[in-house]
Design a protein. Structure first.
Length: 336
């Protein structure tokens, strides 16, 4: 196999969960060209990865014309092997007509649906997502090397992170990063509980707190920063992926919800506490081979979705409301 393409167009967490597969393929095929096809907005997650030769980018806005251009680029490279670990309409289109050997893994869609809708759990022994990706190529002799996720910030990212940390003045006392947001509302722990947690961190550990999040989470993070008070640097909407990863490497701990930033913390090697609400381990998105603790509640209605939702279907939101500040802080103390 002298030319290999991995296709995973989105999203943040899924791409980070694909980084072990990149490394495993490189170990098996050290002399091969290994490329990765990804959406433009997520390409920075793969910059500086030493196991990748080229990043093929689906340009924004990612419509028909951009997809056609990417298909031509895939065709021009004459790949021998394509690992399509996205397996949706777009990735199938990119593979169509190729002479390459196409490898995919089987998503447990039916079993996942049964677990969500009927609580019929046939996924108890289901592997985590990176090992599901491995299933696509394992009969080629590709093996799990026991390592976790990877992320490689640039020197510029490291310098920028250093400047941000210096601005808060707590670089010698320790830092904890908190990411209170998530794509879906039901995957977000309550803002007032994050405030209570932040106050306790400041009081009992004296850590400075970095609030991380997307541009859409600036209001949420501002509310939490104001509630905690001094010793907080709100960086929501103000960092690139590279800067966020570099900041993670400087923190003694990370606390967040089931979201992409949680996987970035794992890839950065930062100890973490991850709060899970409506989703469960069987879906494969627990921290992968990371120094982490998951805090969750065993509620009768879990899981109500495999990705989260805009509101609690049962209208009580117990999966998040019943997780107390003392539990999350206790997990933080344990990993520290």
């Amino acid at each position: 196999m002298n030319r290999i393409l991995i296709i995973r167009l989105s999203s943040m967490g899924d791409i980070l969960l694909a980084t072990p597969l990149i490394r495993w393929l490189r170990r098996k095929f050290p002399q091969s060209q290994i490329d990765f096809a990804v959406k433009e907005k997520f390409a920075a997650l793969l910059y500086n990865n030493p196991h990748i030769n080229n990043i093929l980018i689906l340009k924004e806005p990612g419509g028909r014309q951009e997809l056609i251009k990417l298909k031509h680029e895939v065709s021009d490279n004459n790949y021998n092997l394509i690992a399509d670990i996205h397996s949706n309409f777009r990735s199938h289109y990119l593979c169509a007509g190729r002479k390459a050997e196409i490898r995919r893994f089987r998503l447990p869609r039916l079993r996942r649906w049964a677990l969500v809708n009927f609580k019929c759990n046939s996924l108890r022994n289901a592997p985590p997502v990176p090992l599901r990706y491995l299933e696509a190529v394992k009969n080629l002799g590709v093996i799990d090397d026991g390592g976790g996720l990877e992320f490689y910030p640039s020197e510029e990212d490291e310098a920028s992170a250093e400047s941000m940390v210096n601005s808060i003045g707590f670089q010698h006392e320790g830092l904890t990063a908190i990411a209170p947001g998530a794509k879906w509302f039901t995957k977000q722990w309550l803002p007032d509980k994050f405030i209570g947690l932040g106050k306790r961190i400041r009081l009992e550990t004296r850590h400075g707190i970095l609030l991380l999040g997307s541009r859409n989470e600036t209001v949420l993070c501002s509310y939490i920063a104001n509630g905690i008070g001094e010793g907080v640097l709100n960086l929501a909407g103000g960092t690139t992926f590279g800067q966020a990863g570099a900041l993670m490497k400087k923190c003694r701990a990370f606390i967040g919800n089931d979201s992409g930033l949680g996987h970035l913390a794992a890839a950065a090697g930062t100890r973490s506490v991850i709060i899970f609400g409506p989703t469960v381990k069987e879906f494969g998105f627990f921290p992968f081979k990371a120094d982490s603790i998951v805090v969750e509640k065993d509620i009768y209605c879990k899981p109500c979705s495999h990705i989260g939702g805009v509101k609690c279907p049962e209208k009580h939101f117990r999966c998040m409301k019943e997780i107390e500040v003392k539990e999350v802080f206790g997990a933080l103390e344990e990993i520290l």
